[in-house]
Unconditional design. Structure first.
Length: 393
């Protein structure tokens, strides 16, 4: 549009407003450049500083006022496709935002420490997942404190803590502070960090986790950080309490859907017993597909030592009755109310569990007071989560 007389009329008001805003922004950039030049063009100023100031100003002008990027066709986009690079093969992709969710006290910190240690050492995880190369790790802990973290590292590594493992503990930094991400980026660059662990997510921000409008921009900032810094982030996050309406593993994590939607990989840790828990990959948009759930166990090979041990794939480890109990409690939590017995058996059948195993699981859950029986509806028994099960932290 040409405005030789610079006269706005209803027909060109929108374009004219854009021109005015652009001209105003350009004037501000020019004024900023003039001030920068005045500050360095003083007698005795280092010529390198003058050159750097001019270069920075030129880059700013080029970035803010360059023509819009031309759209790419399918061939150009396809040429940019690269094979997935892994920190831990099939589990932790490089330059990605990863969420590890689970109930409090289930062992997320133990698992995160083991993952971080193996990445820093460049050694395979559980002799099952390959670690292509050793990468420095930065562990940011604002939840456990230095004493607890040190005791856990001692129990896991007993003086063998990798040299390229760096820690930020009890610094009271917040991701909502505009200086925090630049600080982290400098640390990542200085140490060549490939994995940043944040324990836990809720401890490093002061936003309302149930507000999509607040959490969405924060997740976008973290995802852009991983690309810019070429460093993966592993966020440790807590899940909702059992008994709340749930649809999938990813829906169990606490807070706004923007948290789950904003990550590249979603891992869910679920307690199976006091010593065992399963890890399920519910989302992976980086590539390579979803990893089948597997089971881990805490073991003590010697006094004061703790190991996280791989037990096998969940379907191979869990007995039919155990799998039925998991399916039943998940169904009752999702329905958040009374469910008829035929519906429970049908749900178990959908998981490849026989009616006999389903009925045995129902009986064991009732005996353990994890579920309760309700009144008959016709000839059908009703079941729901018990108050004890629904109120677990």
């Amino acid at each position: 549009m040409h405005l030789p007389d610079a006269a706005p009329v209803p027909a060109n008001a929108e374009d004219y407003a854009k021109m005015v805003r652009r001209d105003s922004a350009l004037r501000e950039e020019v004024i900023t450049l003039q001030r920068a030049l005045e500050s360095v063009l003083q007698p005795g100023t280092d010529p390198l500083m003058i050159a750097q100031t001019l270069a920075d100003a030129g880059q700013a002008l080029a970035r803010d006022f360059a023509p819009a990027t031309v759209t790419q066709d399918a061939i150009a986009l396809r040429a940019q496709v690269q094979p997935v690079e892994w920190l831990v093969e099939d589990l932790l992709p490089a330059e990605s935002l990863i969420l590890l969710a689970g109930d409090g006290g289930i062992g997320k910190t133990w698992l995160a420490c083991h993952l971080a240690g193996q990445v820093a050492l460049g050694e395979s995880l559980f002799a099952r997942f390959d670690v292509p190369e050793a990468r420095p790790v930065l562990y940011w802990d604002e939840e456990n404190g230095s004493r607890i973290l040190a005791s856990r590292l001692s129990a896991m590594y007993s003086g063998r803590c990798p040299p390229d493992w760096h820690f930020i503990v009890d610094r009271q930094w917040y991701l909502t502070d505009p200086t925090t991400l630049p600080r982290l980026e400098r640390l990542v660059e200085d140490h060549g960090v490939g994995l940043l662990v944040i324990d836990s997510f809720r401890a490093v921000h002061d936003l309302n986790e149930n507000d999509n409008g607040a959490m969405g921009p924060l997740m976008n900032d973290l995802r852009r950080f991983t690309r810019r810094a070429k460093c993966s982030i592993l966020l440790l996050h807590h899940t909702n309490k059992p008994g709340m309406i749930q649809m999938s593993a990813s829906d169990r994590s606490r807070g706004a859907t923007a948290i789950r939607d904003g990550v590249d990989v979603y891992l869910y840790a679920k307690r199976l017993s006091r010593e065992t828990f399963s890890v399920e990959m519910d989302k992976n948009r980086v590539g390579g597909g979803l990893l089948a759930p597997f089971v881990l166990a805490f073991e003590s090979p010697a006094e004061g030592m703790i190991e996280v041990r791989y037990m096998g794939m969940a379907d191979d480890i869990m007995e039919p009755t155990e799998r039925a109990q998991e399916a039943i409690t998940s169904l009752l939590a999702m329905r958040n109310g009374w469910v008829e017995k035929p519906d429970i058996i049908a749900e178990c059948r959908g998981h490849g569990i026989s009616e006999r195993s389903a009925k045995r699981a129902i009986a064991e859950l009732v005996t353990a007071k994890r579920i309760c029986k309700g009144l008959m509806r016709g000839h059908k028994r009703l079941y729901a989560l018990s108050a004890l099960e629904a109120g677990k932290p």
